[in-house]
Design a protein around this ligand. Structure first.
Ligand code: C2E
Ligand code: MG
Ligand code: MG
Length: 496
């Protein structure tokens, strides 16, 4: 038609791109540009002069750029950009109804960590191919990043087939592995007509599926959005609380069993919320961890705990050890040793009076990294203990690698003493284990005389719990200390 327009004189020039099949059966792209030259005296046959250019190379690089902009390099699946566009087009037509499903492999990190990244990549390719095969031309598939894939399908039952396909064994370098997946789903019939809204809702459902133990398909419900909104508000609240310092510390004394005296106190964080009152750390520490606010909060706790101990010492009270909880994220933060040093020097405390409580699961996650970090802390002169001991998976051989002073038997083993012979056996085994490694052993959550008596029998060094005292405000601890002769810690020599 363009050529016709030129012939008829309607058009005065021509630019067009087209492809030709060459003799060697390859496509060759041509750009033709031409100008119409009128015949003499505006009569006679009209001629066209111009150029033909081979633009195959440019076309190929344009294609490559388009490919890179719209597809995932590893799996070859469409990427988020392409998905968003196609999903948008699909939803723009009122009659179309689809399910948007967010798929995430369960424990993918474990594959990466144990078999290496190359194996992880291989697994992703296999899984992507299986999903694509299940979907065929009947839906959309897109890799969003990592091990996350979004599929757009209808009807819902086909998701079960996808999950089953993923769960089939995969052979990677001769190793047979099986992975399950978690899937969150939102339907355009009920959960929104905008692509972004459906994806966000499917993501929320996925989060719930993971939370509920993985290997599940979870449909979005409006209650999830409400929970997410509520959480955002709480994060906001927490951020303000950190900025305005709405925190205070309570302290729970630790009783040295042999002497009956106070050997230390544990600093326990409390949030003095302007409306809700005193909030327990169990409610906000996980949120602070998730948002990273724990780093700042941890610094506040360290500072307050050191200052409080300084104040007690200055008013003539006997020296006790101050135990401060350190959470996972805080422990991994490279600035932790520097912050501990600042808190110590600001209060002028003897570093030996400060103890950092680390949880067992935290240090077992990356043993070598934990040892290095613990050594850095030890160099400052502080002591280290393992909190909630017995709930993680430390073996005797790894435990002895850590520069520890103390282990703290988890409350869950103490609660059912003396009723539960199993827990009693575990408790005395932990005490023996600790002493073998030259560590002090303390039990937490001791509420009854029977529990205390049993601990004394096992040779446990100290305990902490409601039986002796609840966590108390600083002033009450001051009074307790005033009435007590604090024991000189039973110091044991251990190479750092
Ligand atoms: P944790 O370090 O294991 O602290 C012991 C928890 O057990 C405290 O709860 C304490 O009040 C409670 N407890 C003590 N004795 C008894 C007892 O006899 N019976 C019962 N049922 N409970 C007892 P709390 O104060 O609510 O703290 C909970 C957790 O929050 C702590 O567990 C710790 O993991 C975390 N946490 C507290 N303060 C901080 C902090 O400053 N930083 C960090 N990162 N975590 C903190
Ligand atoms: Mg603790
Ligand atoms: Mg504990």
């Amino acid at each position: 038609t363009l050529i016709d327009a030129v012939k008829s004189g309607e058009a005065q020039s021509l630019i067009c791109e087209y492809r030709l099949l060459t003799k060697t059966n390859e496509w060759c792209w041509i750009l033709s540009k031409g100008m119409i030259m009128a015949g003499k005296d505006h009569e006679g046959p009209r001629r066209m002069i111009g150029t033909n250019t081979d633009i195959t190379a440019r076309k190929q690089s344009e294609r490559l750029i388009w490919q890179q902009a719209n597809f995932d390099a590893l799996t070859g699946l469409p990427n988020r950009t392409l998905l968003d566009r196609k999903l948008g087009d699909l939803l723009a037509v009122d009659e179309n109804a689809v399910c948007v499903a967010f798929i995430d492999l369960d424990n993918f990190k474990l594959v990466n960590d144990s078999l290496g990244h190359a194996a992880g990549d291989e697994l992703l390719k296999i899984v992507a191919a299986r999903i694509a095969a299940e979907i065929g031309s009947k839906g959309l598939v897109s890799r969003i990043g990592g091990d996350e894939v979004i599929v757009v399908i209808d009807p819902l039952p086909r998701l079960r087939k996808i999950a089953d396909a993923i769960a089939r064994p995969c052979n990677i370098d001769g190793v047979e592995i099986r992975v399950t997946c978690s899937i969150g789903v939102a339907s355009s019939r009920e959960h929104g007509r905008a692509a972004s809204e459906l994806v966000a809702n499917a993501d929320m459902a996925l989060y719930r599926a993971k939370d509920a133990g993985r290997n599940a398909i979870q449909l979005f419900t409006p209650e999830m959005a409400e929970a997410a909104r509520h959480k955002l508000l709480r994060i906001d609240d927490l951020r303000r609380a950190v900025a305005e310092d709405q925190f205070l510390l309570h302290f729970q004394p630790q009783k040295h069993i042999a002497s009956g005296e106070i050997s230390g106190v544990e600093a326990l964080l409390r949030w003095q919320h302007p409306q809700a009152g005193l909030i327990s750390p169990a409610e906000f520490i996980p949120l602070a961890e998730e948002t990273g606010l724990i780093v700042e909060l941890g610094e506040i706790v360290l500072d307050k705990a050191c200052r409080q101990l300084r104040a007690w010492l200055d008013s003539g009270l006997p020296a006790v050890r101050m135990a401060v909880n350190v959470s996972a994220r805080q422990f991994r933060e490279p600035s932790l040793p520097a912050k501990v040093a600042v808190a110590l020097s600001a209060s002028g405390l003897d570093p030996a009076l400060l103890e950092l409580e680390l949880t067992e699961s935290l240090i077992m996650e990356d043993v070598d990294g934990a040892i290095a970090r613990m050594r850095e802390l030890k160099r400052l002169g502080v002591s280290l203990s393992i909190d909630d001991f017995g709930t993680g998976y430390s073996s005797l051989s790894t435990l002895k690698l850590f520069p520890l002073s103390r282990i703290k038997i988890d409350r869950s083993f103490i609660t059912d003493i003396p009723g539960d012979p199993g827990d009693m056996a575990i408790t005395s085994a932990i005490v023996a284990l600790g002493h073998t490694l030259d560590l002090e052993v303390i039990a937490e959550g001791v509420e009854t005389e029977a529990q205390a008596a049993f601990l004394a029998e096992t040779g446990c060094d100290a305990f902490q719990g409601f039986l002796f005292a609840r966590p108390l405000p600083a002033a009450d601890i001051g009074k307790l200390l005033a009435g007590s002769v604090v024991v000189e810690k039973r110091r044991k020599k251990r190479p750092a």
